[in-house]
Design a protein around this ligand. Structure first.
Ligand code: FES
Length: 357
């Protein structure tokens, strides 16, 4: 069942000209449902002009602070982000799904290594939660943040980041990279490049001393950083990332075409959710299980519908599906038959999926 809870907005403030920070009031009796770990996100829902609009936003607060905060950056023509940035106010009610996502790693109190964080723009939100959590819970761990923005004015959470640096003096280093403002140090001008990553590895960190790396930003940036760091000797499974998808890459378009080419007409679908079963047949109007099921009247969890957030994940119990794109599930999850229902194209006559995963 798509479980949303009506939550009161405790506070909304503008962090920058185009980014609002929303704090939720979580009643004591709902706190067990809303326990989270650093790096997780909340899915918010609002009826905007008669349309059910849902978006996922990473929590920028830390579980250690007993707070639930998300930052919403205004996106050009973005329905939800426009609503939040222009209309939402304290005491309003929003429908919110409990935290989900697995971007973060377990906290290890005796960790004495270094975490590296690469963030671009609003990619800072899950990263900020992680930095606060690791510094607070792991007294011997260090954090280094490489944070890319257009200019100094657009840096989200600059003040809070500076406060954290003062609070954990000597354990937290920050490097601001700006694309539209000149800095004195050449390294800090412009986007991340392979040369810059190599230079940082020679001067600012030692890959042998790195515990984990977290990257949050556009696809190109993520894969470049991942490739450079693995070439420098860092194990792949220590590099964690969360994508901001802006349009399909050529590779994804090809994958989508391949999945659609295998599509079976009229597949009989069984949805298992909350201990109940729901049956329907796929029609020509929809190519993925989620959209077809919603149109047939099912109430299922989803947010981005773009293969990014994993809110819609389910397990294939019978039959076969092909995913168009998958930016959310790890290899081992796919091996366990987990799929993103918003991307799942049925390719057999019968498909049964279970949402109780
Ligand atoms: S709804 Fe976000 S991955 Fe399917």
């Amino acid at each position: 069942m798509a479980k949303f809870f009506p939550l009161k907005v405790k506070d909304v403030y503008k962090e920058t000209d185009d980014c609002s920070v929303v704090t939720f009031d979580i009643p004591e009796d709902l706190k067990p449902d809303f326990i989270y770990h650093q790096g997780q996100h909340l899915t918010l829902k609002k009826d905007i002009n008669g349309e059910d609009v849902r978006r996922s936003y990473s929590l920028c607060s830390s579980p250690v602070d007993d707070e639930w905060k998300v930052a919403v950056k205004q996106i050009f023509e973005g329905k939800f982000s426009t609503y939040v940035n222009q209309e939402l106010k304290a005491n309003d009610i929003l429908e919110v799904m409990p935290p989900s996502g697995d971007f973060g790693v377990d906290v290890q109190q005796d960790n004495d290594k270094t975490y590296l964080f690469f963030a671009a723009g609003s990619g800072i939100t899950p990263i900020l939660s992680m930095i606060k959590t690791h510094l607070s819970k792991e007294p011997n761990a260090n954090c280094k943040l490489f944070y890319l923005n257009k200019n100094a004015k657009s840096i989200i959470f600059k003040e809070e980041i500076e406060q954290i640096r003062n609070r954990y003096f000597g354990r937290f280093e920050i490097f601001y990279f700006l694309t539209r403002e000149q800095r004195d140090i050449e390294l800090l001008n412009g986007r991340f490049t392979p040369e810059k990553i190599q230079l940082l590895a020679n001067t600012v960190f030692d890959v042998n001393e790195v515990s984990d790396v977290f990257v949050c930003g556009p696809e190109q940036m993520i894969f470049m950083i991942r490739d450079e760091l693995t070439a420098l000797g860092l194990e792949n499974d220590r590099i964690h990332y969360e994508l901001f998808v802006s349009g399909l890459s050529e590779e994804d378009k090809k994958r989508t075409e391949e999945a659609l080419a295998k599509r079976k007409e009229g597949t009989q679908i069984t949805i298992m959710d909350g201990g109940k079963e729901f049956h329907f047949a796929m029609t020509k109007d929809y190519d993925n299980i989620l959209d077809a099921a919603l149109a047939a009247g099912a109430d299922l969890p989803f947010a981005c519908k773009g293969g990014v957030c994993s809110t819609c994940k389910c397990r294939v119990m019978e039959g076969n599906v092909e995913m168009k794109v998958n930016y959310a599930l790890e290899k081992d999850e796919v091996a366990q038959n987990l799929v993103l229902s918003c991307q799942a194209v049925p390719t057999s006559e019968k498909v049964t999926v279970d949402f109780d995963v």
